[in-house]
Ligand binder design. Sequence first.
Ligand code: GLA
Length: 359
Amino acid sequence: MKSSNLVAVTRRSFGATPDGTHVDIYTITNAAGVEMRAINYGGIITSLKVPDRSGQRDDVVLGFDSVDGYLKAPPYFGAIVGRYGNRIANGRFTLEGEIFELATNDGPNHLHGGVKGFDKVVWAARPIEGTRGAGVEFTRTSPDGEEGYPGNLNTTVTYTVTDDNELVVEYRATADRATPVNLTQHTYFNLAGDGSGDILGHELMLDADHYTLVDETLIPTGEIAAVEGTPFDFRRRTAIGARIDLPHVQLRHAKGYDHNFVLSRRGDGLHHAADVFEPRTGRTLSIDTTEPGVQFYSGNFLDGTIAGKAGHLYGFRNGFCLETQHFPDSPNHAHFPSTIVKPGQMYSSKTVFRFGIRN
Ligand code: GLA
């Protein structure tokens, strides 16, 4: 359909939602062998093929072959998450003196935008071309009152694949009333390939000296704790599985890792968040972001009951997520960086996922 530099974008049909709305799939390919597919339902990244050290391309994200799998509300596979990624305690917050009640969909709490968040709606989409690559732009207005949130929120999310094997995700939003906004991307990665088993052998580096402690419902207690001397210290590359089953109260609350790490190199622009290395294939993933935090989720709620692409059963810890974000439950913690977007302000956020290989 369109091409820029050496990156090409094509569109075809991916079926329809039960109310008959068409769903399209965009395929974005660069000259170095990266191919990404994304659909306008939930802005979901359905597949991402990258080469390994021998040049073999594999799909490194979890998902489904057809729209039906996504319509069954899987746990946010590949999706844009909003209006607020992560949890808000008891679905309640006070803003400018008014109490707001949000949908609760995770025990007592609000999670990932509510019952029907940004991951479960059809977005307007169009192919885009930039100077460094090409991709797809998704837009949508979240109406005033949706899932309990105040104000209309005009949202734009773009995925750009570059010649340098990067996926650049950019978020922008404006509101006509003050509202919390915390957009993120919920792709589950398995750099050894979709369906290849657990991710415990992946080696992870997180550029974080601190993380936010949570209670048993995964709501931050408000305490920002040092990772030093704990299984949460990923400042040196460490296998995800090396300490995941240690008897640490925070690991017990989440059945593994499902925590917000406070990024150490925060500045105005992009800063480094994480590196991942998969030793068998040599694949690497490096993440830079403008966000102050990243939720590292080790797929602890996957239990083998979801049959994904090619019938792969997604078992315990078969994928991991690195969700760049503001901290969970920020509207209820004045000392966390603010997530409130006011009329006249532009919410903007950017994350770069760079794929590579190492011997
Ligand atoms: C996020 C949450 C997890 C879980 C997954 C999806 O990572 O923090 O607790 O909800 O999404 O299951």
